[in-house]
Design a binder for this molecule. Structure first.
Ligand code: ATR
Length: 275
């Protein structure tokens, strides 16, 4: 029988996940499908209650359902509970399970770009933003052992809220304080929408970053954001947002179809062509 996985969202048409999973299904010769399903908020609970009877093996959850799905799913991983968010669901023992893989995806993309020993180079991490993506990345960094994280967010209260996850490891600073933190940051991560096509620019002078610093952006439209372009112009190492998108998909595919897929240059090219 064909294994069927979904991506649910509202709207869901923009999701690039079908491209990623479709590429892997073809590459590994798996008789499966990965389908977009438009699910408005009022249909989320009924949809999740019918996953097994409707013949799905699981799927992805995207905006705006990540938090609501976390509350509705029977079993969640510790990291999903901590972040209050899920992006990957699967059936096991007749129950729906949920996990959040964005943070793991970010760390894998960092390892791809910088090497497996990236953690040795990460002293102080400066994170811009305190939304869902920042939460996932902060959670994964804490799990990996990072203990000097500085959070700057336009809305200060949100950064303080996220810092309370681990007060001894995370410091929240005002958005205006970013230039003062740059000289001691080894890793700078933009998790805001700034720099995305159609969104405001990220006004940042990277001159104060150390030469060995790494600059990461989770924005991938465009792939080379102004932030990454100015980091490259300074000769700094960069991590673009496409790697995180590709790597966050790996655990789901493995759960649904039984093969741990590789993130290859071919896959990158397929998704890049669609950006
Ligand atoms: P995501 O799930 O992608 O993280 P989100 O939870 O809506 O999305 O979070 C968006 C993040 O981008 C927030 O940190 C937001 O800052 P606020 O908490 O102040 O809203 C940040 N952001 C969005 N637009 C921004 C802008 N123009 N300048 C600075 N930060 C911005």
């Amino acid at each position: 029988m064909i294994r069927r996985a979904f991506v649910i969202g509202h709207p869901v048409g923009h999701s690039r996940s079908p491209l990623i999973h479709g590429h892997w299904l073809a590459r590994y010769g798996i008789a499966g499908s990965y389908e977009r399903v438009e699910v408005p908020p009022e249909d989320l609970a009924p949809f999740l209650s019918r996953v097994e009877t409707d013949g799905w093996v699981g799927g992805n959850v995207t905006v705006p359902h990540k938090e609501a799905a976390c509350r509705l799913v029977g079993e969640t991983t510790a990291r999903a509970r901590r972040l209050g968010s899920v992006n990957t669901l699967w059936l096991a023992d007749g129950r729906l399970h949920g996990d959040t893989t964005d943070g793991e995806g970010f760390l894998a993309s960092l390892a791809d770009a910088v090497g497996p020993c990236w953690m040795d180079e990460v002293g102080t991490v400066l994170i811009l933003g305190a939304g869902g993506a920042a939460r996932a990345i902060v959670g994964a960094l804490l799990d990996a052992g990072a203990n000097r994280i500085v959070l700057a967010n336009r809305t200060a209260a949100r950064a303080c809220g996220l810092a309370s996850l681990a007060p001894s490891a995370i410091e929240a600073v005002p958005w205006e304080a970013i230039p003062n933190v740059l000289p001691r940051a080894n890793l700078l991560v933009n998790t805001t929408q700034c720099g995305m096509k159609g969104q405001p620019r990220l006004e940042l002078d990277l001159a104060r970053l150390a030469e060995e610093a790494i600059v990461a952006d989770i924005v991938y439209v465009p792939l080379e954001t102004e932030l990454l372009a100015s980091a490259r112009a300074r000769g700094l190492r960069t991590v673009d947002g496409l790697g995180m998108l590709l790597h966050q998909a790996v655990p789901g595919f493995e759960r649904w179809f039984g093969v741990r897929p590789d993130v290859t240059p071919e896959l990158r090219a397929v998704v890049e062509a669609d950006i």
